[in-house]
Design a protein around this ligand. Structure first.
Ligand code: SAM
Length: 305
């Protein structure tokens, strides 16, 4: 199959450089998407190394498979990255040497109006990355006003969550993106509208795909599977994702995690990793100019002890 699509992977060389410490090792690209990072990883592995490419999205997997077809040691697993342990166990692999996460949606997903991720184009209120049941329309049309307020506030960090939820409940059903956008525009005007729409759409996408729970589970499972010296490299695009990664990394690299008011350690927790980058790696101005979608990216790296 040959599908054509232009896209630029974020922080490509920086992340792959950090990830590969052993070219003969077993690596995972947890969010293979269109395969931009996977391609660079495959180029840097030698014939004994292998790469396992996860993605929920069958279209992204088809695209990446085609793109990486010349590499024999690349394997594709269409599954949620929160199933990494089980999926790798089925492949008879218990230990890995590195994993990369490039979180969020791919440019192909955003640019396909029929997927419903974009508030700029009309499409069905879908927003599913994989082949799951719950759609954004189900959430908009069946959640209570309180539940909608909660997800807009928690997953979108939107100030006007309550007012937006109330108007949606009063005027629903909604089945397409642009009518929902117009509903929100009745409340938010002028320069704030784009940011609000981005927050509401982000909140719906996170709820549809249970994104934050999947990240938490996957980070823990992957670090558990990591060989000493193996690295976990995570690119996040918004504060909710980054907070989870930062907190997870902090716990992984810290010996005692007792609350500060306890004078003597009672937790017995021991660090299992060390930080490789003190501050997150961010894109250069040049990268942001050529690929504006990279502007909010933050990459953090730890290494298993
Ligand atoms: C930002 S894109 C990755 C782009 C990729 N690095 C590239 O170079 O093409 C994120 C991808 O992760 C996938 N994804 C998001 N959450 C996932 C999850 N929980 N499990 C598996 N794949 C997921 C999305 O479907 C999307 O294709």
């Amino acid at each position: 199959m040959s599908i054509s699509y232009q896209h630029t992977p974020v922080l490509l060389h920086e992340t792959v450089q950090q990830l590969i410490t052993r070219p003969t090792g077993v690596y995972i690209d947890a969010t293979c998407g269109l395969g931009g990072h996977s391609l660079e990883i495959s180029r840097r592995l030698n014939a004994k190394g292998s790469l396992y490419c996860f993605d929920l999205d069958p279209r992204a997997q088809a695209f990446a498979k085609d793109r990486l077809s010349e590499y024999e040691n690349v394997h594709f697993i269409q599954n949620n990255f929160d199933k990494i342990k089980m999926a790798m166990f089925i492949e008879e692999i218990e230990h890995i040497d590195g994993i990369l996460y490039d979180l969020g949606v791919s440019s192909m997903e955003i640019d396909s109006p029929e997927r419903g991720f974009s508030f700029m184009q009309d499409g069905p209120l879908d927003m599913r990355m994989g082949e799951t049941e719950l759609t954004a329309a189900d959430i908009i049309n069946t959640y209570s006003q309180d539940e909608l307020t909660h997800i807009f506030r928690e997953y979108g960090e939107e100030r006007f969550s309550g007012r937006i939820a109330r108007l949606i409940v009063e005027t629903r059903p909604y089945f397409r993106t642009l009518p929902l956008v117009n509903c929100i525009k009745n409340i938010i005007h002028g320069p704030y509208v784009t940011k609000t729409l981005a927050r509401i759409f982000q909140a719906l996408r996170i709820e549809v795909n249970h994104e934050l729970d999947a990240i938490k589970k996957s980070l823990a499972d992957a670090l558990d599977m990591m060989n000493p010296g193996g690295r976990m490299v995570v690119i996040s695009f918004h504060s909710l994702e980054d907070r989870i990664v930062k907190q997870f990394f902090k716990t992984a690299v810290t010996d005692c995690i007792c609350p500060p008011e306890i004078p003597v350690c009672v937790c017995g927790h021991k660090a299992i990793a060390k930080k490789i980058t003190k501050k997150p790696i961010i894109p250069s101005e040049e990268e942001i100019k050529t690929n504006p979608r990279s502007r909010s990216a933050k990459c953090r790296v730890i290494e298993k002890l």
